[in-house]
Structure formats: C-alpha cells, structure tokens
Design a protein around this ligand. Sequence first.
Ligand SMILES: Cc1cc2nc3c(=O)[nH]c(=O)nc-3n(C[C@H](O)[C@H](O)[C@H](O)COP(=O)(O)O)c2cc1C
Length: 194
Amino acid sequence: MTVKVVGIIGSPRKGMNTDTLVSRALEGAKSSGADTEKIYLNDLKILPCQACTRFPAPDYCFFHDGMDKIYQALLNADALVIGAPAYFGSMSAQLKLLIDRSNCLAEMIALPDGKVRFISRLEKRKKGIFIWVANLSKNPEPALVSIRLWSKYFANVELLDTLLATESDLGEGARNKKEYLEQAFNLGVLLVQP
Ligand SMILES: Cc1cc2nc3c(=O)[nH]c(=O)nc-3n(C[C@H](O)[C@H](O)[C@H](O)COP(=O)(O)O)c2cc1C
C-alpha cells in the first residue's frame, strides 16, 4: 500500500527556508514511492485554543475551522514532516496554534496515585521528522519540548529525527545549502522505510 506523507509548514514565507526543506523531505519520500501532500498552516484560519474544559468527543474540538484539515491529516497520514522557523527561540505561532488545538486529541487518565497520564485518541501510529529553521539561534530544545509532548501523547507520532538548519538568512540561506537539502531528502526517504 502507498505510504502517505504530509508536510506541515509553519512559516508564513512560501518558497523560503522551512518550505524548501520540508518540500525536499517530501521529495525524498516521493522518491521512495510515497504519496505526498503539503499543508501551509498560514493559509488556514485556526482559532487559538479557548480552554473550554469540556471534552468534545467524538470530535476533536468544538470549533470547526482550519484544524479540521489537520485532524484529517493526523487520522490518515502514515508519516509527517513538520517544519517551523525559530521565532523568539521557539517556534512560529502558526505551529503553536496547531499544537494547542491538539489538546483534545488525548484523553487525560487519572491514576490511583494521583498522577495523570495522557493517551492519544488517534489509533494510527505515524512516523515523523521535525525541521527547525533558525537564523542565529542554535538551541532547538524550547521548540522540541512542545514537539515531543505533542508527538508522543497527542498526535501518536514516533519522532525519528530533527533537522536543525541554522544561519537561515545569512549568505545563500539555509534553503540553498547542499548539506541541509541532502539531510532533508534522506529524512524523507527514512520516513517511508518499513
Ligand atoms: C517574529 C520573528 C521572530 C524570530 N525569532 C528568531 C529567533 O529567536 N532566533 C533566530 O535564530 N531567528 C529568529 N527569527 C528569524 C527566522 O527564524 C528566520 O528568518 C527563518 O529563516 C524563518 O524561516 P523561513 O525562512 O522559513 O520563513 C525570527 C523571525 C521572526 C519574523
């Protein structure tokens, strides 16, 4: 069966670094036989999470907007390429909105010892890679804290690797650097391996 890989682009700048590297990863996946799709978060109208504290099951949210496209992708994709620029050391608001609106993708289970556990409501396990694009910042950890939590407990994604592309706006730009383009392509290939 054909593997479906969805690229999610968190930068508003089409054709720039995040877009180029996510697209390159999708090319790698396609070269290994995958069907690919690209979603530009900036093209979607996504309301911020309203913390309404009610559970929307069987839906994933009470609000129906651009997130419906994302929920469908998370239900149907076999693998994800998630790309975001570093904004203030972390990630763009476009991607953070998606993450916050994933809050009801998990059920919170209370344990007898008083602790709680989140369990994803999405049955399908997906592979994923994260591409973080920064100009001067070097530390992806602030972004990765959210990406790891989201992947593991909410989106049911096994995060295989992270590509760090720095000095994105210096010189020729990260989008023209052979090493990043190669790494992105190879990660796309990796996503399709059984
Ligand atoms: C609001 C804003 C905040 C930014 N914050 C950072 C930052 O903290 N660290 C950094 O290295 N670059 C920062 N940048 C630069 C972007 O990360 C850089 O331009 C990146 O290439 C954007 O990705 P894109 O080329 O795919 O649009 C910021 C840019 C903007 C617009």
